[in-house]
Design a protein around this ligand. Structure first.
Ligand code: FES
Ligand code: FES
Length: 230
């Protein structure tokens, strides 16, 4: 019997009078050890089975999903349809997710800006059924059957700018430009509802959109220009 084999079978090394295991003992030990799953194998198994179960649960129409729904009657369906810029988009939305997050990070519509993320600055303004809303304080699930328009949706069929966008350019409105999409969406909403607003109506309507660069006069002139037909 080799020295290695003996040492491998008895980590304590044994005392002088300790009886050394025979060949049969060692083979018993080794087959018993093979029956044990290593810690690494065990963890791998847990992770892979967990991933499989989770994946099954997310597959539309899967038994896993049906069981999950049945188990939690108050659960919100996550895979929903949204009508954005004239297209129906299927998207996986968390129950507490805001429209700004969905538009930017799920649908790639990054023209909608996130700044304060708390309904104070207007950078995230979009149209919902042609009315200006802060998308950072709108839950996506609440607009499932509504028509959402973002700055990307103002583009004409040949890629041309919307008349309000042209007027903003003509009046050199944007400085850093971060607030500009929100400003434009608010202006578009105003002119849809009131094509010929007074000065006071423009100021009141745009009061929910802040501009850190102070371009307010430029934006005001741009909206006046757009209302006059460019
Ligand atoms: S980011 Fe929505 S209001 Fe400021
Ligand atoms: S143009 Fe910079 S914040 Fe308005």
């Amino acid at each position: 019997m080799s020295k290695n084999k003996i040492n491998g079978g008895c980590k304590s090394g044994g005392g002088k009078n300790r009886e050394r295991p025979g060949e049969e003992d060692l083979s018993l030990f080794s087959s018993a050890r093979n029956k044990f799953i290593s810690r690494r194998d065990f963890i791998k198994g847990v992770i892979s089975s967990g991933a499989t179960i989770a994946a099954l649960g997310y597959m539309p129409g899967s038994p896993g999903l049906s069981r999950a729904r049945a188990a939690s009657p108050g659960a919100v369906e996550r895979l929903i349809s949204l009508k954005v810029n004239g297209r129906t988009r299927r998207v996986d939305v968390l129950p507490q997710e805001t429209l700004a997050m969905t538009l930017r990070y799920k649908l790639g519509l990054t023209g909608t800006k996130l700044s304060c993320d708390r309904g104070e600055c207007g950078a995230c303004t979009v149209l919902i059924d042609d009315v200006a809303h802060y998308s950072c304080t709108t839950l996506t699930h609440s607009v499932r059957n509504r028509s959402i328009t973002t700055i990307e949706g103002l583009e004409g069929p040949s890629g041309e700018l919307h008349p309000v966008q042209k007027a903003f350019v003509e009046e050199l409105g944007p400085q850093c430009g971060y607030c500009t999409p929100g400003q434009i969406m608010s202006a578009v909403a105003l002119l849809k509802e009131n094509p010929h607003p007074t000065r006071e109506e423009i100021l009141l309507s745009m009061s929910g959109n802040l501009c850190r660069c102070g371009s307010y006069d430029h934006y005001f002139r741009a909206i006046t220009r757009a209302a006059q037909g460019g």
